[in-house]
Design a protein around this ligand. Structure first.
Ligand code: ADP
Ligand code: ADP
Length: 225
């Protein structure tokens, strides 16, 4: 995993200030949750780190490198969204292979790596299926597999469990934590569910109105009056 540094990041949409001078340092291999109500700026931070948004002001570093003006595919970042992430016309294996094909990897290596991550998410037997033939939880595990197959140094997750029912959510929370321990990449995980943030993350940043209101490990936040 690589460290992620966001320095004095401001993001405006016209006169609307979505991020107001945010500074955030995430350590190598850390699992950080961004917690806050809808509209507080969580996704906007992720989109800026991923490179899908260019900030109005501020700087983003991944490891020692300034990436503020680099295109998304050169940032070494994997991303998982809440839903609609898989290509419906491609099989599970083809979905996972997609980022590797785009990077020009050799066919044999692609097949090996697809098999490796399918095992990592416990869906080794599902490569030939289409997304519509999988449950919601399985589809999200495939989306995770596709996001980590090229061994990104940072994994960004935007409410990845938000569309799942409670039981499945708890199961995937455990699976994502296990995966984090296995692959060791840095994770920034967006959620508006306090329990989820506190139970999963090494550290939680609480956002409100485009600012980080508080940040700390789950125990220190939990004990706050
Ligand atoms: P969260 O992820 O916490 O729900 P967002 O980062 O999506 O919050 O949004 C932060 C604020 O920026 C919200 O007020 C939202 O309406 C606004 N916003 C986000 N994206 C755009 C956009 N493309 N155009 C205009 N306003 C936007
Ligand atoms: P090493 O340091 O020897 O590469 P790691 O503990 O980093 O071993 O990785 C353990 C296993 O997880 C290896 O099979 C490696 O290929 C895989 N792995 C490491 N990083 C990632 C990643 N970001 N995404 C997916 N798999 C990974």
């Amino acid at each position: 995993g690589a460290s992620v540094s966001v320095s004095n990041l401001t993001m405006r949409y016209g006169s609307m200030v979505a991020l107001d001078n945010v500074t955030l340092d995430v350590a190598e291999g850390e699992f950080l949750a961004l917690l806050g109500p809808s509209g507080s700026g969580k996704s906007t931070i992720l989109m800026n780190i991923a490179g899908f948004n260019i900030p109005s002001a501020g700087e983003i570093r991944i490891g020692s490198e300034v990436v503020t003006n680099k295109p998304p595919h050169k940032r070494g970042i994997g991303m998982v969204f809440q839903r609609y992430a898989l290509f419906p016309h491609l099989t599970v294996a083809e979905n996972i292979a997609y980022p590797l094909r785009r990077r020009g990897w050799k066919q044999k290596l692609i097949a090996d790596e697809v098999e490796r991550v399918l095992e990592l998410v416990d869906l080794g037997a599902y490569g030939a299926r289409y997304p519509a033939q999988l449950s919601g939880g399985q589809q999200q595990r495939i989306a995770v597999a596709r996001a980590i197959v090229f061994k990104p140094s940072v994994l960004l997750m935007d409410e990845p469990l938000g569309a799942l029912d409670r039981k499945l959510r708890q199961q995937l929370q455990l699976e994502i934590k296990r995966l984090h321990r296995t692959i060791g990449c840095t994770i920034i995980f967006v959620t508006h569910d306090q329990e989820e943030a506190l139970s999963m993350a090494d550290r939680v940043a609480v956002m409100r109105g485009g600012r980080i209101e508080q940040i700390g490990d789950p125990t220190s936040l939990y004990e706050r009056p």
